[in-house]
Design a binder for this molecule. Structure first.
Ligand code: C2E
Ligand code: MG
Ligand code: MG
Ligand code: MG
Length: 285
């Protein structure tokens, strides 16, 4: 096989690079088409309180099914969208779709407890009018029901700008979470000034925590620091009861992960979690 390629004068390394580039170009075109024709979906993953296991929110996660390629992972298409100028239209679609879904649930008498978390990327976050932009795209949705997630490394790209935008979002009533925390080299001084509501402990620490004293120490330190800065902690990627128990013992507030529930399409999410979404109406004093 290789010999034949060398006969043609084609280096296999170059060929594989060409193939990668080709896939990226095709993916970009198809992602653009999927966006135009409404073929993206949002799935919803439950967030639970670690003390009593109750539903306290959900994270909206973008999904894309391509007829030929099957499910394409957001780990692949989000960075691509960021690199090819598609992340703003994609991000706008996510905000509009989340607002539409919340309205549908409301019509059905279903109210998500806590907040719906929505991921935003650095390019969206760089918009000084982000708060107004979100409000415009999510008309009819109260800011008090939404949290925006930005990764720690995205926060640190232009921390001064992030501080300003964070303030504006908080003043408008949105909550803010620092995603993938522990992987992005925040300075402690900035961490305080971001005034985020929550730190999401990166999945890598949760994964290693039971086998590695050091990872458990990092988790413990993140929780202590968050508490000192009056932020709550959300553990990502909790897959076992043992992990949940250790996190609860360490004082972690909330968790997300396959142990509690996978990301699900809206209808399946309701089937699984609808009981916790009943609109009990205003509580009479
Ligand atoms: P993230 O925001 O940190 O989301 C958490 C990821 O962990 C999700 O991956 C979720 O499916 C996965 N996960 C949840 N529980 C578990 C678990 O117990 N075990 C394991 N192994 N994984 C778990 P997903 O959906 O593939 O998304 C990957 C990343 O893509 C997200 O990481 C986020 O950074 C980005 N992303 C997804 N949707 C959007 C979006 O609408 N906008 C933007 N800007 N980024 C998005
Ligand atoms: Mg997230
Ligand atoms: Mg994360
Ligand atoms: Mg992530």
């Amino acid at each position: 096989y290789h010999a034949k390629q060398q006969d043609n004068g084609v280096c296999p390394f170059t060929e594989s690079m060409t193939r990668t580039l080709q896939r990226r170009r095709q993916l970009t075109e198809r992602l653009n088409a999927a966006l135009l024709h409404g073929r993206l979906e949002l799935h919803y993953q439950p967030q639970v309180d670690l003390r009593h296991g109750e539903l306290v929110g959900a994270e909206a996660l973008c999904r894309w099914y391509d007829d030929e390629w099957g499910w394409v992972s957001p780990g692949e298409f989000i960075p691509l969208a960021e690199a090819r100028g598609l992340i703003r239209p994609l991000g706008d679609w996510v905000l509009r779709e989340a607002a539409r879904q919340l309205a549908v649930w409301r019509q059905d008498g279903l109210i998500l407890p806590g907040r719906l978390s929505i991921n935003v990327s650095a390019q969206q976050f760089a918009d000084p009018w982000l708060a107004q932009h979100v409000a415009t795209l999510m008309q009819g949705v109260s800011a008090s029901t939404i949290a925006l997630e930005l990764t720690e490394s995205d926060f640190m790209r232009d921390p001064e700008q992030a501080v300003g935008i964070t303030r504006a979002l908080r003043e408008a009533g949105y909550a803010l979470a620092i995603d993938d925390f522990g992987t992005g080299y925040s300075s402690l001084a900035y961490l305080r000034r971001f005034a985020a509501d929550a730190l999401k402990i990166d999945i890598s620490f949760v994964r290693e925590m039971l086998d590695s004293r050091h990872d458990q120490a990092i988790v413990q330190t993140i929780i202590a620091m968050a508490r000192a800065l009056e932020m709550k902690t959300v553990a990502e990627g909790v897959e076992t009861r043992e992990q949940a128990e250790v996190l609860a013992r360490l004082g972690c507030d909330q968790a997300q992960g396959f142990y509690f529930g996978r990301p699900l399409p809206a209808a399946a999410f309701c089937e699984a979690w609808g009981n916790a979404m009943q609109d009990t109406g205003p509580v009479t004093p």
